[in-house]
Each structure stands twice: as C-alpha cells, then as structure tokens.
Ligand binder design. Structure first.
Ligand code: IMP
Length: 429
C-alpha cells in the first residue's frame, strides 16, 4: 500500500529522473511534489531520450499514471510544449493529471525572477530564471493563481487586472521596467485553459485510490535537500521544499502512507548556481568530471560546479529526510580517477566537526577533511551485477554507505534504464 519518496540528497541533478524511470516499472503512480521547470530530469530508455521539466519521470511506462502535485508550480506554456513534444515522441499522456491546487507560474513571475537576479548584482543566487521564486512568493502572499482556476477563466479575468496593477507598480517603480499588459496575459490564460483543463483533477483522490488498492506510489522530488528553502544552504536555495516534508505537503499524503524514503546521491557532488560548496574541485579533476559526465544544466545549459563526495552533507541530508535506503548514481564517472577522495569531516575555525554546520555563514568557512580511497581502472559503465564491479568501486560505495549511515539499495552505472545494479529492493525494503 505504501508511498515511496525519491529525494535528491545533494544540490540537485543527482539523477532522480533515471532512478524514477527505473522504479516506475513497479509503480502505479508517480507524483511530482515540488519545484517547477527549474528542474530537468533526464531519462533514457527504449522510448527515447527525454529531459522532463514538469512531467513526472514515470511517463514512459504505459501502466503508470503521472501526477503533478499541489506543491509544484506550473508554467503552462512550458508544460504544453513538453506535452506536445512527448506526444510527438510517441508517449501516451492521457493519464497525466495536474493538481487543481498547483500554482501557476505567470509570465510576470519569469520577468521578476530575471530582474531581481540582475538587481542582486554580485550577490546573485544564480536562479534558473524560470519564475520559480516569484511564483512561490505569490503562493505564500496569497496572491497566486492555481491550476484549478483555469477551469473558470472568467473568474480569473476578474482577479487578474488588480494583480497585474500591483505587479506593474513593482516592475515600473522598483525595477524601472516597462509595465505588462493584463490583456496579453488574459489571452494566454484563454489559450491555456481549454488545452490544460482535461488534465486538471483532484489528484489526491487518485493517489488515495491507488494506495487503498495496495499499489505503489512514487513521490518524485525535484532539486535536492541542500537547496531546500528551510534545510538547505540558505539563501542559496530554491523556493520550495525538496526534502521529505515537501513530499507530504506537496502531495497531500499523510506520513502514515509512507513505506520508505530513498535519497539519491551522485558518487561525487555538483552544484549549479551560487552558494558554498566545501568539496568543490576547481582544477583539472573537476574539469575532467564536468567533461566526462557532461555536467551542464539540463534546464539552463550552465556548467555545473563539481566536487568530491561530501559525507558530512550526506549525513545531514539523511538525517533531515530519514532515508532508509540510498541510491548512488554516476559511479562510472569516477572510473580511472586516481586518487579518489571523500570528505569525511570539516575543519571549522581550526576545529574538526562531523556535523553539517547550520549557523549562517559557517559552511563558507568549512575546509573539507578528506579520506583517500582506492581507485579502480576497470570500467563500471553499465555493470548490473555486484560481482562484476571492481572491488575498489564496490568498496567506495560501501564506504559512502558507512559514512552516510544508510544502506545502498541501487547503483546507477549509466544513463539508460537498464544500466542499474540493484542491491536491495526499495519497495520490499
Ligand atoms: P531557482 O530554483 O530557479 O529559484 O534557483 C535557485 C537555486 O537553485 C539556484 O542555485 C539554481 O541553480 C538551483 N536550482 C534550481 N533548480 C535546480 C535543479 O533542478 N538542479 C540543480 N540546481 C537547481
């Protein structure tokens, strides 16, 4: 009967899309619970190569219903483009359902995101510029529009002019930008409404029904725990809750529905955008990882910052989320790198600390304390059986398991669905 959350355990881009596409073979529903089209989930299988931004990563399985939960913010233009592209690629989107309560990313949110980033100057957060922060601001300010309102566009037309008037004051008086035209936004609403209406549903009922029949439900996270608005490296975070709390509030499920929480870790670390990153590699090894792993944002194309695996951050992530298993992805990228290092603790102001520091500004001062691990030369690419892994690669994974304190259930050894090594069944635990 349970729901299983699959959560990014680092700064996003851990390979959740691939993992969820693999696991969805055994799930009735995949429900995305947070973020918006700041995410880019890459999935490669027999149906093709995809970068999902809003559509959940279970969409390639015909028996799996895909849901966009209430915690997600939806840019209707992006979603419509994505639906169109996926249909053209031969996928069946009939089962896609969008929560009535998911908020809409309006064109002025995108504009405000970009203007605010410019205004921050050297202190820019490095947002994806997709309007995510401003859309969540309006949700909290209670001035947002929700997807369900597209079912009654006439009512939206009543509320829109007042909101646009307010946005125009901000645009013109704070940013010195030209005002936007409420009429242009209204015509967008009128094109979105009939095209998206068939997908807008009370999705909580669908999830509840699946759970009551004993079917598996995957709650798909976006971004990563260290980008969480509360638990991440604030202010260099996204505006939603990628951690396990967000999986509950973003899907409308109770904790009792949970059967497990899985954290997805890359075998190393990456971060895109600003903010502290203690294990960052700025030299040759970092460049090698970036090039070999094609570490460029799936959404913005920006080069990702790369670094060694950070077990201090990993332990923190496991604590915040209560992981009962973890998945290690992109192990093959470390093939041939010598030496391999893992950060086991930090030095903060001359003292060794094993816990992730929570006081603002302290992570910036942390210096990683590394352990060198044995490297391996034999390729791990595409390995699907434990006995085929080089001993040092398996020892690396086991050391991560030990340091993070959570058993590894799966290792991803390549981007395609089948390039996966299962050590224990996530659903069976
Ligand atoms: P926003 O979510 O666009 O507001 O960006 C806030 C921060 O989160 C920036 O550092 C982004 O680079 C980062 N971010 C947002 N989405 C993702 C993601 O899917 N992967 C990695 N970083 C992300």
């Amino acid at each position: 009967m349970p729901a299983f959350a699959v959560i990014g355990a680092q700064w996003g881009d851990e390979g959740k899309g691939k993992v969820i596409d693999f696991l969805a073979g055994n799930a009735r529903i995949v429900a995305r619970y947070s973020g918006g089209n700041n995410a880019g989930h890459t999935v490669i299988n027999d149906a093709g190569t995809f970068a999902f931004h809003l559509v959940p990563s279970g969409v390639c399985w015909p028996h799996t219903q895909n849901i966009i939960g209430n915690g997600v913010v939806v840019d209707p233009d992006v979603l419509l483009t994505e639906i169109g592209d996926l249909k053209r690629a031969g996928l069946n989107l009939k089962g896609l359902a969008i929560s009535e309560r998911a908020h809409i990313v309006m064109p002025y949110h995108v504009q405000l995101d970009i203007l605010e980033e410019k205004r921050r100057g050297a202190g820019a957060l490095g947002t994806t510029g997709r309007g995510i922060g401003p859309a969540y601001i309006d949700k909290v300010a209670r001035t947002g529009f929700r997807m369900g309102e597209l079912l009654n566009p006439e009512e939206m037309a009543v509320r829109l002019p007042e909101i646009v008037k307010h946005k125009n004051e901000i645009l013109t008086k704070i940013y010195g930008a030209p005002p936007i035209d409420a009429g242009a936004i209204l015509s967008k609403v009128q094109t979105w409404a009939p095209r998206l209406a068939p997908y807008i549903k009370q999705v909580e009922d669908l999830v509840e029904e699946a759970l009551s029949k004993g079917e598996n439900v995957i709650l798909e996270g976006a971004q990563g725990a260290l980008l969480d608005i509360d638990h991440g490296t604030y202010p260099y975070v996204t505006s939603s809750s990628p951690t396990v709390g967000g999986a509950l509030t973003g899907s409308g499920l109770s904790p009792r529905a949970f059967g497990g929480v899985t954290g997805v870790f890359k075998a190393y670390c990456t971060r895109v955008g600003g903010g502290p990153f203690p294990t960052e590699l700025t030299g040759e090894v970092g460049e090698h990882i970036r090039t070999k792993a094609k570490e460029f944002g799936a959404t913005t194309g920006r080069p990702r910052r790369t670094g060694w695996f950070d077990a201090v951050a990993g332990r923190y992530s496991a604590r915040v989320n209560g992981f009962d298993t973890i998945v290690v992805t992109r192990l093959d990228i470390l093939d041939g790198i010598d030496p391999i290092k893992v950060c086991v603790a930090y030095a903060l102001d001359g003292h060794r600390i094993d816990r992730f520091p929570l006081e603002g500004g302290s992570l910036e001062r942390c210096v990683p304390i590394y352990e060198k691990l044995e490297s391996w030369t034999k390729s791990t690419y595409g390995v699907t059986r434990e006995k085929d892994l080089p001993a040092a690669a398996l020892a690396y994974v086991r050391r991560i398991e030990e340091l993070v304190g959570v058993p590894v259930s799966m290792i991803s050894t390549g981007p395609r669905r089948h390039e996966t090594l299962v050590l224990r069944d996530i659903f069976g635990k």
